[in-house]
Design a protein around this ligand. Structure first.
Ligand SMILES: CC(C)(COP(=O)(O)OP(=O)(O)OC[C@H]1O[C@@H](n2cnc3c(N)ncnc32)[C@H](O)[C@@H]1OP(=O)(O)O)[C@@H](O)C(=O)NCCC(=O)NCCS
Length: 167
């Protein structure tokens, strides 16, 4: 438990904003459970959201690291209230595919356009080694946020739906 606590990195931004990096399930607080984070992330991601189950799976893959190579979650908290969340996954690949995938970025609707999304991404990038990929819908204003930070569009993302998912 002591080891896990030491892994948590907190940076105070201004007087009230607290950015916390969480790397394992054990480091989550009693109020920020996986279920709570999944529900809130999904709600805030709308209309670009995955299902709650998939959102929960993504957060767990970042924090459990099994079978995926893991990752981390960055939370932004204002006056003890969750204001934003980012989920970064390691892909386990390098060179041909970037080693990091920015999976979710969501800010509470009432807190938007005050720089929280930018702070979350910048904090995640400072704690990431190597290139980062992400998927963003062409009509999502988040595209501007990413471009301002330095992301650029290199590829079209094409999908073949395939049959039933495994696992
Ligand atoms: C996208 C999102 C995370 C942005 O969070 P945020 O805290 O509002 O972002 P920031 O305040 O750091 O915005 C940085 C810049 O991005 C651009 N931007 C962000 N939201 C925008 C919007 N709704 N319309 C136009 N530009 C926008 C602006 O250029 C903004 O700078 P400005 O406010 O000085 O003009 C937030 O709107 C959100 O949670 N959306 C729903 C979930 C989502 O789409 N996530 C991304 C999935 S890939």
């Amino acid at each position: 438990m002591r080891r896990n606590r030491q892994k948590i990195k907190k940076e105070r931004i201004g007087a009230l904003m607290l950015l916390t990096i969480v790397q394992t399930v054990e480091e989550l607080t009693r109020t920020e459970t996986i279920d709570h984070l999944a529900t809130v992330t999904r709600e805030w991601m709308l209309p670009y959201a995955d299902t709650v189950t998939d959102t929960r799976r993504g957060i767990l893959d970042a924090l459990e690291g099994r079978p995926a190579p893991g990752g981390f979650v960055v939370t932004a908290t204002e006056e003890r209230q969750l204001a934003g969340i980012l989920v970064m996954l390691r892909t386990g690949m390098t060179g041909y595919i970037p080693p990091n995938l920015l999976l979710f970025l969501a800010v509470a609707p009432s807190k938007r356009r005050s720089g929280i999304g930018t702070l979350l991404v910048q904090t995640a990038l400072r704690n990431t080694t190597g290139p980062v990929k992400l998927h963003v819908e062409a009509d999502n204003p988040a595209k501007t946020l990413y471009e301002k930070i330095g992301f650029s569009t290199s590829y079209l993302d094409m999908r073949y739906k395939g049959s039933e998912e495994v696992g």
